[in-house]
Design a protein around this ligand. Structure first.
Ligand SMILES: Cc1cc2nc3c(=O)[nH]c(=O)nc-3n(C[C@H](O)[C@H](O)[C@H](O)COP(=O)(O)OP(=O)(O)OC[C@H]3O[C@@H](n4cnc5c(N)ncnc54)[C@H](O)[C@@H]3O)c2cc1C
Length: 402
């Protein structure tokens, strides 16, 4: 045996799982097709959100925030985190009701969230009649690469061996168990294989004949050119009726959002060379989203664009993670189904998965994320449900909101 655990993919989820497994004394190998953080994780907005649609995800989101702000203490590597807090804002009657429900349930689930009158921000002038929730626990990481670098350094310090530019091309199954990975030049044997291959999770699981119930959907954001009027200390703003998020970034403003007609992009049907750099970007989508908040946040529409980036989300039919052992194939584990929250939840999901892998017992609630929970859904159903979840990122329990 070459390692106790081999992790496929060095994005936020793979590296966090590797780090937590290594911290519990296991020998860990991480194999990455390109370079660490080069795909979805390196493109993330870096936002952490304490308000979630259910209690389990609220617990994990808050756990991730706690782990991010104390990263140096437990992982031994510094990590800069902007403890900005965030506003959730609703401007329509239906979304007010929705946010009121979120406020009540999030408080019940332990999150520190309060109804608030939003103060004017440097980049957002409230109209005065909106319903707002202040979320003081929320944070962001200015450059997503910094979380990757911190997890990479910490996992290596704890003994994990991370190999880059080495695609996994096979997962041998021996006596009915996943038994390691094959790359072009070598085999790594391990009794535990974790598929954390992001948008390629289905392709990789397929190497072992397994199926992961996710679909992949484009997501984009832009960062405006620096503007002296934007205060870098301002909080995050999420306007739920417009499905738009805003935050200070690199001296300018970050603008992202969830279009009602998202674009599915399935790497399984694209050339093997396909990477995140090949995801087609469309500034028009972001312009249409920003236009909905142009009165309150004129810079979102008007300021020159310094960066426009995008990548793929892995969406599950119920909007919840797909994480745990693959049914009927002992030894194969999955860390996926991020539904747009994989960057921010990675520290808690990696910790929970590592606990499950190393102890054999799922931490409370985690079995709810079982990759087997949907049975065998047809691909077109997976796609429809995944697209719905994407389009309702901020109002996932309210399909009638439109
Ligand atoms: C524009 C944008 C903004 C986002 N903003 C946020 C945000 O603010 N907050 C948040 O929580 N989430 C956000 N997300 C989502 C978040 O980025 C993802 O959920 C998260 O990064 C997924 O992490 P991952 O490790 O699963 O995937 P990835 O980071 O894609 O990592 C998977 C890795 O697996 C590797 N791989 C694939 N196939 C193989 C193979 N055969 N062999 C070896 N390695 C392989 C890939 O090269 C890749 O590096 C955003 C995403 C995008 C695109």
């Amino acid at each position: 045996m070459d390692a106790d655990i081999v992790v496929i993919g060095a994005g936020a989820l793979g590296l966090s799982t590797a780090l937590h497994c290594a911290m519990s004394g296991r020998s860990v190998a991480v194999v990455e097709r390109h370079t660490a953080g080069s795909q979805a994780s390196g493109r993330a907005a870096g936002l952490f959100k304490s308000v979630q649609a259910d209690e389990l995800r609220t617990r994990l989101a808050r756990r991730s925030i706690a782990k991010a702000v104390t990263f140096a203490d437990w992982a031994g590597t510094p990590l800069a985190v902007a403890r900005s807090g965030s506003y959730l804002i609703a401007r329509t009657v239906q979304h007010r009701e929705f946010l009121r429900r979120e406020l009540a349930q999030s408080r019940r689930w332990g999150a520190d969230v309060r109804e608030a009158t939003p103060a004017p921000l440097s980049y957002y002038r409230p109209a005065g009649d909106e319903f707002a929730v202040w979320c003081p626990e929320d944070v962001y990481i200015e450059e997503p690469a910094s979380l990757i670098e911190a997890c990479l350094a910490a996992s290596q310090r704890h003994g994990a061996v991370v190999s880059e530019n080495e695609p996994v091309i096979g997962i041998p199954v021996m006596a009915g168990r996943a038994a390691g990975v094959e790359t072009q030049h070598r085999s790594i044997t391990a009794p535990v294989v974790v598929d954390a291959a992001g948008a390629w999770v289905r392709r990789v699981a397929g190497l072992a004949g397994a199926r992961v119930p996710v679909t992949t959907v484009r997501h984009q954001l832009l960062i405006t050119a620096p503007d002296a009027d934007i205060d870098p200390a301002d909080p995050i703003t999420r306007v739920v009726d417009a499905a738009v998020y805003l935050r200070p970034a690199r001296g300018g403003l970050m603008v992202g959002g969830f279009e009602p007609d998202p674009l599915p992009v399935d790497p399984r049907h694209l050339p093997a060379s396909f990477t995140t750099d090949d995801v087609p970007l469309d500034l028009g989508v972001l312009r249409r989203l920003a236009a909905q908040v142009t009165d309150e946040a004129p810079a979102a529409s008007a300021a020159p664009v310094a960066e426009h980036r995008g990548g793929l989300f892995t969406m599950s039919p119920d909007g919840r993670f797909v994480a745990g052992p693959v049914p009927n194939l002992p030894g194969l584990w999955v860390a996926s189904g991020c539904n747009g929250s994989g960057f921010s939840s990675s520290l808690a999901i990696g910790e929970a998965l590592a606990t499950w892998i190393t102890s054999g017992t799922p931490p409370p609630g985690l079995a709810e994320f079982s990759p087997g929970r949907f049975g065998r859904l047809r691909d077109d159903v997976l796609l429809d449900r995944g697209l719905w979840q994407y389009a309702h990122y901020y109002d996932p329990t309210a399909p009638d909101l439109g």
